[in-house]
Design a binder for this molecule. Structure first.
Ligand SMILES: [Zn+2]
Length: 233
């Protein structure tokens, strides 16, 4: 979103003022300090991610000078896309999409599912920072998904708070267990991504409203550990 555009400023101010002080004054100050984002529409943001992933897969990343823009980043941020990704150490969104600091607003939790706090973060990204796209990014061989599948199949309880992951992921994954077909693990990964993308699409009031106005788009995707390729699902 262009900070110099009056319409964009008005629209953002409107969001900031909405909801009886939902977003407080300090957030408004942060929003005013934003630089221009790299993409002005959801489709443009998706294209940037697709192009960046192609560079990553080909092992031809852009040259990143992390110190060059450090001073300007102090003034604010305008990430063009948000990623709800897994905590898995092998799936780093900034690397997988060949992006620089300031480009992506990333929420990570094992199993890449929507939590209240994660949703709040994504709302902040969209309404205040101007992210145009939210990608729910699952991946092959996901330990959290596999643990959930196994726990649901065997009825066992995982130790400590790990059991909370299974409880949270159960609604998205359980239907897959009742379907026939090969590669249950991968089907569960895709089902989990789609379920959580749907949750974000219908998340009222902020995301659902912005999606209806085509200000934000939610997509689901899966990262393949073997190739590094991200495929929309
Ligand atoms: Zn995972």
């Amino acid at each position: 979103m262009c900070n110099a555009c009056p319409d964009a400023s008005l629209s953002r101010r409107k969001v900031l003022l909405a909801g009886a002080g939902l977003l407080a004054a300090p957030f408004a100050r942060m929003a005013q300090a934003q630089p221009a984002a790299a993409a002005s529409t959801p489709d443009a943001a998706l294209n940037l991610l697709i192009e960046g992933n192609a560079r990553y897969v080909a092992n031809q990343p852009r040259e990143h000078d992390f110190s060059a823009a450090r001073a300007s980043r102090v003034q604010g941020q305008a990430p063009f896309a948000a990623i709800l990704g897994c905590a898995d150490s092998r799936v780093a969104p900034e690397l997988a999409f060949d992006q620089s600091p300031g480009d992506l607003f990333v929420v990570r939790v094992a199993g890449n599912f929507v939590t209240p706090e994660g949703l709040a973060s994504l709302e902040f990204g969209a309404a205040v920072l101007g992210t145009k796209l939210i990608m729910v990014l699952g991946h092959s061989k996901c330990g959290a998904v596999n643990a959930t599948v196994t726990a649901l199949q065997k009825g066992n309880t995982l130790p400590g708070h790990i059991a909370d992951l299974v409880r949270a992921m159960k609604p998205g994954i359980e239907p897959v267990l009742k379907q026939s077909g090969d590669d249950l693990e991968q089907r569960a990964v895709i089902a989990n991504v789609r379920y959580n993308a749907q949750r974000l699409q219908h998340a009222k009031p902020i995301l659902a409203e912005m999606i209806a106005k085509n200000e934000v788009r939610v997509v689901g995707a899966v990262y393949d550990l073997a190739t590094g390729k991200v495929t929309l699902v």
